[in-house]
Design a protein. Structure first.
Length: 268
């Protein structure tokens, strides 16, 4: 199977160049998904999985396997601080996790002022470390407006970590406005035959993320190989099916196995 649009030149392949990390695109509300948020906290604290019934301290630096967690209170920050999300966010921050506020760009349709207002709420209420720009445009014509937004977000929060959720390969210029790009978000049936854009070989793996749903447990290792071969540094795989964006809301059935295969800090 082919994972590249063209073959990479000598010295540019990134296969196995860096360990993978986990990016969580957003679990359900903590009140509805307490087990999911508890697992995030364990992962952030560097606790390694040792089976369904037991947990054991992981190696030093285990939290590095959790690259970021998206906080989506109510399709954004909501209209007031949420009494359940506030402590969940604080615990993750205290554990060293990077928390990203969810901003829905609507493929470029949402007004600039609304997005900046949402960003202010995330920063004031939940003290986020950056933002996940969901449904980010991919076209060259909308790059300048996206750059205007990311520049403003960096001005609001010094050192803000910005992830642009394109879901597919955007115009290459978008790589200059974000810290990381989601260049695949979709079904396993599409991912296993996907191809990576040639221009991504110019950047290190830490700049790219893949989010894949519907991955059977029997194909988890194959999915990890694809991610490494295509040069992704952050991944999230789940066996959950997508029903209106719900694929990410609960833990995959193979969560323990998944995180045990990720990075140097969380291992069996």
């Amino acid at each position: 199977m082919s994972y590249l649009t063209t073959s990479l030149g000598a010295g540019t392949a990134v296969t196995g160049a860096a360990p993978l990390g986990v990016g969580v695109p957003g679990f359900a509300h903590p009140l509805l998904a307490p087990a999911e948020w508890a697992e995030l906290l364990r992962l952030a604290r560097g606790l390694a999985c040792t089976g369904a019934a037991r947990r054991a301290p992981g190696p030093r630096g285990g939290a590095a396997a959790l690259h970021w967690v998206v906080l989506n209170v109510a399709r954004g920050p909501g209209v007031r601080p949420d009494p359940y999300c506030l402590p969940a966010a604080a615990q993750l921050r205290d554990a060293g996790a990077r928390l990203l506020g969810h901003l829905d760009l609507g493929h470029g349709a949402r007004p600039f002022g609304e997005l900046v207002s949402d960003a202010h709420r995330f920063l004031e209420w939940y003290k986020v470390d950056g933002f996940y720009l969901d449904r980010c445009p991919t076209d060259r014509t909308l790059l300048s407006e996206t750059r205007r937004l990311t520049t403003t977000l960096r001005a609001l929060k010094d050192g803000a970590h910005l992830v642009t959720g394109h879901g597919r390969h955007p115009y290459p210029g978008y790589a200059e406005v974000a810290d990381q790009l989601v260049t695949f978000a979709g079904r396993w049936s599409d991912y296993r035959w996907s191809q990576v854009a040639e221009w991504t070989a110019e950047y290190p793996a830490r700049r790219f993320c893949h989010l894949v749903h519907g991955v059977p447990g029997s194909h988890l290792e194959e999915a990890l190989r694809i991610a490494r071969w295509q040069g992704a540094g952050t991944v999230y795989f789940t066996d959950r099916a997508d029903h209106g964006g719900s694929a990410w809301e609960s833990l995959p059935g193979y969560w323990d196995t998944f995180v045990s295969r990720i990075g140097p800090g969380v291992s069996e």
